[in-house]
Design a protein around this ligand. Sequence first.
Ligand SMILES: [Zn+2]
Length: 340
Amino acid sequence: MFTCNSLILLNFTYYLKLLLGFCMTIIPFITLEILVIKIIRCKIKDIKIDKNFIKKFIKKEGKLVFKVFILFIAAFSLNNILNNKDNKCYMYAKKEIISEYKTSYNALKETNLSNSVKEKYLENVLVIAYSNYNNVNKNNSVESKEKDNTENSKVQKIKNEIKVEDNIMKETDTTKYNSVYVQNGTFYYPKYNANNKSTYTGMYCPTNPLKEGYNNPYGYNNYFYIRLTNMVEDAKKNGYKITISTQGCRSYQTQVNYYYSMEKGRAISPGHSMHGLGIASDLEFYNQNGSVCPYGRTDTSCPSMGWAHKNAYKYGLTFNLLYASYREDWHVEPINSKTY
Ligand SMILES: [Zn+2]
């Protein structure tokens, strides 16, 4: 899917949107004004407005009206074509979102993260900024705290946060856990071949992780587990309770069972789940009173989840199914993973 992760593209789309809006509103409006003024002028000059006058007027001004009408139709159609759910660029091309993107972009420039990590980071900034933009518009309340911040202090703040991520991104040990290894902060996993199930490492989920060199008893990839615990611990410091699932590695057979027992589209086909590689987790979010946030929750009704969704990227994590056709607000993966 086209994500529009570029300042140039975002700005271009923003101005294109402005231009189309201009063609659909201001230009027809001004044209109408001009025509009305012309008619009023004729009245002042005491020119009779009769059938003859209207004929002459249409003949004289018809071309202009026709041109403006064509411009309107063209702009209207183009706007409709561009304004669809799959065109993220059009969705994101909003002043507030671009400004947040720019701040993060400038903050990232001076870090030594790899380009692909920066890209992923910025992609997350877009998703979060868009979701914040919609929430703010829905609730009609702007976080005044953010408003007072100068651009410079915002860049500094983000830079400090990235340092947290920078530490996580230092994972350059290429030791494989479940055939997944990490290099420069990117998780590399084997490509699944449906005809050769042995390429799916989930078949070899460790039976006794702690005895097999894992840093956790659940079978999570060691590096992924570090990211998870970093986030969960910081959540705790902020007063939020979040727990990770105890199923750190899902076997191929378990995924087969899920796939055939759940409704269609709910569980991904066996071999393709990041759970099988130990690099995905399903989180449990808690309310202040200690109860689990029930389904149907939102970032506002369940603050611990809201906090996680907003801050996950700082720990090198992403809730990549938040906007999937089957929304999973609990599913978390590394921010950057690639096949090898
Ligand atoms: Zn999941």
